[in-house]
Design a protein around this ligand. Structure first.
Ligand code: C2E
Ligand code: CA
Ligand code: CA
Ligand code: CA
Length: 277
């Protein structure tokens, strides 16, 4: 299709058009997926650095696509963000995660869950009510739930995001700032945002043994977070040596392949059984 260029000339944009067609297919398929339960939740354990005890799981969503197989979030979360489907998707994931949490509780496992929250949810003033409703639906204590948010979600509309986060904090939900330092972040927001936890992105932790600047950034983020009295989760911890170094630096919680990759619910329970015995 032709678009009006800046000076009024027609500019042909074939690449954009191809992209849009692919996106549109993903969006209509995703709508169908949400209605037909094709999204599946995987669970990745997190452990206390010192004891190695499991202290929760992060919920990571996959799409069991009828034609394309199991798709990772990178193949559909961006389209969901662009199309407004991220809000129903987040609702769906929250509901399924707390249902799972309730089921585990019934079988004697109390596992706190962390759910990734789409950016637009922080710009919807009814989001805290939706979170409250889902917690009530499954009768889990509020502190069982951590919501992982990204800096970019805050920066789009800091005033609204601050209000929404404040109400979530008042509810008693734990808030975590995800991928800190990878976006257009502003350290100043850490001062005003009512968060409890910082997650250090795996782009820093995975390379910290071999790359001096990743190492320096990890140390600095740990210092910054601890000075602000935030708990620190290092993600992407792949080996025991990195775990040991993070322990020496005073990091609180680790998550990564070193412990386990994200697992479907049944496999996670089997893993937990082995790990805890
Ligand atoms: P994230 O929140 O930063 O999640 C961590 C990602 O790192 C996950 O990728 C996880 O599988 C991967 N990972 C964990 N440990 C290791 C490790 O030791 N080494 C390496 N190389 N990778 C590790 P995944 O599952 O592909 O998710 C990608 C991103 O998609 C997530 O990044 C998150 O931003 C987003 N996402 C996933 N599920 C949801 C969801 O339900 N809602 C929203 N809004 N976003 C989601
Ligand atoms: Ca996350
Ligand atoms: Ca992360
Ligand atoms: Ca990340």
């Amino acid at each position: 299709a032709a678009k009006r260029g800046r000076l009024g000339t027609a500019v042909y944009e074939p690449v954009l058009d191809e992209y849009s067609t692919a996106q549109l297919t993903v969006i209509s398929d995703l709508r169908h997926a949400l209605d037909h339960g094709e999204l599946v939740l995987h669970y990745q354990p997190k452990a206390t650095v010192r004891s190695g005890a499991v202290c929760g799981v992060e919920v990571l969503t996959r799409w069991q696509h009828p034609q394309r197989g199991l798709l990772g979030p990178d193949q559909f979360i961006p389209a969901a963000e662009d199309s407004g489907l991220i809000e129903p998707l987040t609702q769906y994931v929250l509901d399924r995660a707390l249902a799972q949490c309730h089921a585990w509780h019934t079988s004697g496992w109390d596992v706190p869950v962390s759910v990734n929250v789409g950016a637009q949810c922080l710009h919807n003033r009814t989001f805290p009510d939706q979170v409250e409703a889902v917690l009530a639906r499954y009768g889990r204590p509020v502190e069982t739930l951590t919501l992982e948010i990204t800096e970019s979600a805050i920066i789009a509309d800091p005033q609204c995001a601050t209000e929404v986060l404040g109400r979530l904090r008042d509810l008693g939900v734990r808030l975590s700032i995800d991928d800190f330092g990878t976006g257009y972040s502003s350290i100043a927001y850490l001062r005003t945002m009512p968060v409890h936890e910082m997650k250090i992105d795996r782009s820093f932790t995975t390379n910290m043994l071999t790359d001096a600047s990743s190492n320096a950034i990890t140390r600095s983020l740990l210092g910054l977070a601890h000075n602000l009295e935030l708990e620190v989760v290092a993600e992407g911890v792949e080996d025991h040596e990195t775990w040991r170094v993070l322990a020496a630096l005073g990091c609180d919680i680790v998550q990564g392949y070193c412990l386990s990759k994200p697992l479907p619910a049944e496999e996670f329970v089997a893993w937990l059984d082995r790990h805890e015995s």
